[in-house]
Write a protein that binds this ligand. Structure first.
Ligand code: UDX
Length: 451
């Protein structure tokens, strides 16, 4: 198959590279000259484990190329994927579809007979049909008489595990209207069939709805366990135990039941907001989703109170060391990260905030003004009043707690990802607040430190 990928953002780049690895001929297009030049040099604009090696391998095998020239890239393509951004529109919370529509209309002038135009960006219900209508209208306007097809192919990959998710997905969802589109898409994903990943064909609207419903459900699951965690703290239950016991029910499942500081990232916040807006537009309100959005926003703010409580209500002039600022590990992505709420609030309360993050500095420097960036967690702990563990990077999972405690002014930790067991924290002399678990108090250790 010859595949063109319009847009080299997260989804576009990972999909393009992986399709090439399936053995297809892939050309990735982007309007940004600096992006294309960097990709041609083998430089990747995002941090995603394994992507650079996979890209290099497929470029070397002549299956993968990059260009700014859409006309050249689209010529002879069996399928053209649109994977451009759909940011939240300022003001009304709707997904901004202007990039998707602009790409579709440009394609009307360039595609060959029977090309399948595939929308991979996450788009509201009805967008694929609108893409079809806009291409048809443009063709008419410019007097071209060719047959084309539209397919909806939402992407479910997670950042940080993108290649594994793309290569071994739980399922692939494809919305189509014609047999030809179905045949082409079946061929595009044929390598996955051999790996037993089901490819599900459905209508355009259902495919669009599946993506929103899946993300909103996962966001709801996380938010649910987060609220359960708050209650656990009040009733002396342990959310880790509760989540395990609940997750053992096969109907519920153990995944996405990890309580934390609130979900972030490029998808859940944007897609829950978009789904709530769609529900309002159709007078079919998504009340659960609306509540999830609200509860998650408040949660990020309430984490600040947790840190303040740990520090006896006052962080002014004190050094607070934040471990991890990206919205999750194995990514450099800061979008909607809880750190964007928590860190500025600590700075605002007068704390001297030190930040350690293996990949977050590049994006984080501009987003988190007034903090000090430190490379090493032990160095960052020196003289600190408290540690705030915000992102569960591997290098923060196995810290030598005693060494950290010795370096600090007072060994306190807000472990907002429940990485450390209360016993381990106590043994190392920490007083600590966790999520949905009893706090750890180590007054003796604190007395010794301040004596
Ligand atoms: C998500 C979906 O998983 C993916 O299918 C979709 O295509 C894009 O959105 P991603 O945003 O990359 O992927 O990250 P994910 O691993 O799902 O985590 C999202 C957020 O939820 C993170 O902030 C993470 O820390 C949080 N989370 C996740 C929890 O707080 N608890 C959990 O149990 C799981």
């Amino acid at each position: 198959m010859r595949i063109t990928m319009i847009g080299t953002g997260y989804v576009g780049l990972v999909s393009g590279v992986c399709f090439a690895d399936f053995g297809h001929d892939v050309i990735c297009v982007d309007k940004s000259a600096s992006k294309i030049e960097a990709l041609e040099r083998g430089e990747i604009p995002i941090y995603e484990p394994g992507l650079d090696a996979l890209l290099a391998r497929n470029v070397a095998a002549n299956r993968l190329g990059f260009t700014m020239n859409t006309a050249e890239a689209v010529k002879g393509a069996d399928a053209v994927f649109i994977a451009v951004g759909t940011p939240t529109r300022r003001g009304d919370g709707h997904a901004d579809l202007s990039y998707v529509y602009a790409a579709a209309e440009e394609l009307a002038e360039l595609i060959d007979e029977d090309t399948v135009v595939v929308v991979k960006s996450t788009v509201p219900v009805g967008t694929n049909a609108a893409v079809r209508d806009r291409i048809a209208a443009k063709l008419k306007e410019i007097g071209r008489d060719i047959r084309f097809h539209v397919a909806s192919n939402p992407e479910f990959l997670r950042e940080g595990a993108a290649i594994e998710d793309f290569m071994r997905p739980d399922r692939v969802v494809v919305g189509v209207e014609t047999d030809h589109a179905r045949d082409v898409m079946a061929e595009v994903y044929r390598p996955l069939k051999l790996r037993d990943s089901p490819v599900m064909f459905t209508t355009l609207a259902s495919a669009e709805m599946i993506k929103y419903a899946a993300n909103a459900f996962l966001a709801t699951k996380i938010t649910f366990i987060n609220e359960v965690a708050d209650l656990c703290e009040k009733v002396n239950a342990d959310v880790q135990e509760v989540a395990r016991g609940v997750g053992l029910d096969g109907r519920i499942g153990p995944k996405f039941l990890h309580a934390g500081p609130g979900y972030g990232g490029s998808c859940f916040p944007k897609d829950t907001l978009a789904l709530a807006r769609i529900g309002q537009d159709y007078a079919s309100p998504m009340r659960i989703v609306e509540t999830v959005i609200d509860v998650n926003d408040r949660r990020k703010r309430s984490m600040v109170d947790k840190v303040l409580d740990l520090c006896d209500g006052n962080v002014s002039g004190k050094t607070i060391t934040v471990l991890g600022v990206t919205f999750k590990p194995n990514t450099d992505d800061m979008r909607e990260s809880p750190s964007l709420t928590i860190v500025p609030a600590l700075v605002g309360a007068g704390a001297k905030v030190r930040v350690v993050d293996p990949e977050g500095r590049k994006e984080g420097e501009a987003l988190l003004p007034g903090v000090e960036w430190v490379e090493d967690a032990y160095e960052a702990a020196e003289g600190a009043t408290a540690l705030v563990l915000l992102t569960e990077w591997n290098e923060f999972r196995a810290l030598d707690l005693e060494r950290m405690a010795t370096a600090m002014e007072t060994p306190r930790m807000a472990d907002l990802r429940n990485v450390y067991s209360p016993d381990a924290l106590q043994a190392a002399g920490f007083s600590a607040v966790l999520v949905g678990r009893d706090p750890v108090s180590a007054p003796a250790a604190r007395l010794i430190k301040s004596a």
